[in-house]
Design a protein around this ligand. Structure first.
Ligand code: NAG
Ligand code: NAG
Ligand code: NAG
Ligand code: NAG
Length: 263
C-alpha cells in the first residue's frame, strides 16, 4: 500500500470519528414557548450557554421562571454564567427517571464541573426524592440545603433533552475546607463519585488492546462504529459515550498511524 493511500485512510477514519451530528433541539425555541421563562431564556443566550446546550446530545436544563431569577440582575454576566452552568446537567433526567433513582438520591455532574473552574464538589448537584415524592436539588458541597424543588416538566425529548422547572436557583457553594477527599490540589473525579445515575445504560468501551492490534483492527473498529452510535440514541450517560467514542477514535488513529509507519 502506498503511503498516500495510508494517509487517505488516516484522514478518512479521523474525520469519520471526529464528526458528531448536530442536534435538532434548540433550547431557545423550547423555552420561548412559555413566557414564564423569558428572562431565563434571555440569560442562556446572553451567556452563550444556549449554543453549548444545543451542541449536546443528552442534557437536562433546570429552568427558573421569571419570578425566581432576581439574583441574575445583580451580578456580572460572568457570574451569571457560572451559576447558570450549575443548572445544566450533563445527562438526560426527566421526572420519571429521577423518581426511579435506585437510592432515591444521586450526585449529578453539571456543565460547571466541565468548565474546570469548580472546586471540590462545587460542580456537582445533589438530587434527592423525598418521602412525599417531591424532588429537590441542591449543591453537592457537603452541608448544602436541598431547597430547589422540581415544580414540573417544561419539555422533554427522551433521551436528548429534558427541561425541568425548579422553584429557586441552586447557589454556588464554597467547597467545604474539611472535605479532605477532593482538595483543590488533588485531581477531581472524572465523573460523579457514585453510580446511581448510571442505571440505564453503559455502552461498553472497545477493548484497549485494539490499540496494539494490527491494521485490520482499523476496519473492525470502523464496523463497530455504527453500533456505538446506535446505542448512543439509547444512552443517558453522555460521559461514557464520549469516552467510548474517544477510545474508538484513538484506536483508529493509532492503527492508521501504525499502517502509515509500516508501508
Ligand atoms: C438525540 O441524540 C441522538 C444521539 O444521542 C442524536 O442522533 C439525535 O439526533 C438526537 N435527537 C434530537 C432530537 O436531538
Ligand atoms: C435557535 O433558535 C433561535 C431563535 O429561534 C435562533 O436564533 C438560533 O439560531 C437557533 N439556534 C440553532 C442552533 O438553530
Ligand atoms: C444528598 O443530600 C442528602 C441530604 O444532605 C443526603 O442525605 C444524601 O446522601 C445526598 N446524596 C448523595 C448521593 O450523596
Ligand atoms: C436500549 O436499552 C434497552 C434496555 O435498556 C436494550 O434492551 C436495548 O437493546 C437498547 N438499545 C440499543 C440500541 O442499545
Amino acid at each position: 500500500m502506498s503511503s498516500s493511500t495510508s494517509l487517505t485512510l488516516f484522514f478518512f477514519f479521523a474525520s469519520a470519528f471526529l464528526y458528531t451530528p448536530s442536534d435538532s433541539f434548540n433550547i431557545t425555541t423550547i423555552l420561548s414557548q412559555n413566557k414564564d421563562f423569558s428572562t431565563f431564556n434571555k440569560l442562556l443566550s446572553q451567556t452563550g450557554l444556549a449554543s453549548t446546550i444545543n451542541s449536546r446530545q443528552t442534557i437536562t436544563v433546570l429552568a427558573l421562571a421569571n419570578d425566581a431569577v432576581y439574583l441574575f440582575g445583580d451580578q456580572s454576566m460572568e457570574d451569571n454564567k457560572v451559576v447558570l452552568s450549575l443548572h445544566i446537567i450533563l445527562d438526560y433526567y426527566d421526572i420519571k427517571k429521577l423518581k426511579s433513582l435506585s437510592k432515591k438520591t444521586a450526585i449529578l455532574t453539571t456543565l460547571f464541573q466541565q468548565s474546570g473552574q469548580a472546586k471540590g464538589q462545587q460542580g456537582f448537584v445533589n438530587v434527592t426524592v423525598k418521602d412525599n415524592g417531591d424532588i429537590a436539588f441542591g449543591s453537592a458541597v457537603p452541608g448544602s440545603l436541598l431547597d430547589s424543588q422540581v415544580i414540573d416538566s417544561v419539555a422533554s425529548e427522551p433521551f436528548n433533552i429534558s427541561v425541568l422547572h425548579i422553584s429557586s436557583y441552586i447557589p454556588l457553594m464554597n467547597p467545604n475546607p474539611s472535605d479532605k477527599i477532593y482538595t483543590s490540589s488533588s485531581p477531581l473525579p472524572a465523573q460523579a463519585p457514585n453510580d446511581d445515575d448510571y442505571e440505564y445504560d453503559e455502552p461498553p468501551s472497545p477493548p484497549s488492546s485494539s490499540v496494539k492490534a494490527k491494521a485490520p483492527a482499523a476496519a473492525k473498529a470502523a464496523a463497530a462504529a455504527p453500533k456505538a452510535s446506535a446505542s448512543k440514541a439509547n444512552s443517558t450517560t453522555s460521559a461514557s459515550v464520549i469516552n467510548s467514542q474517544l477510545d474508538l477514535a484513538f484506536a483508529v488513529v493509532m492503527s492508521s498511524f501504525w499502517l502509515f509507519m509500516t508501508v
